[in-house]
Design a protein around this ligand. Structure first.
Ligand SMILES: [Zn+2]
Length: 85
């Protein structure tokens, strides 16, 4: 997996509060996707939802919490809400 979109500096302002970070970590640990189907812990979405995302969004979800995952997750959720769910 290649590192893409490296234009964003590693060092950036702390815009995500700790409690928000905890929310994403809890969500990742959960075994239920937002579509209410089961998902694997560690994944943002179930396989069905994940496969419906554009390739670029799938790639972005490999980012870590605190390093762009939040934005990727929000974008993917918005996409799924508008196009799939
Ligand atoms: Zn799902």
């Amino acid at each position: 997996m290649t590192e893409i979109g490296n234009q964003r500096s590693e060092v950036r302002e702390q815009t995500t509060a700790d409690k928000d970070r905890a929310f994403y970590l809890e969500m990742l640990k959960s075994e239920q996707c937002l579509c209410e189907r089961g998902k694997k812990p560690g994944k943002a979405f179930c396989y069905g939802c994940y496969k419906r995302l554009p390739y670029r969004m799938q790639e972005d979800l490999y980012k870590r919490v605190g390093q762009g995952f939040e934005e990727a997750y929000e974008a993917a959720t918005k996409y799924l809400q508008e196009n799939i769910w």
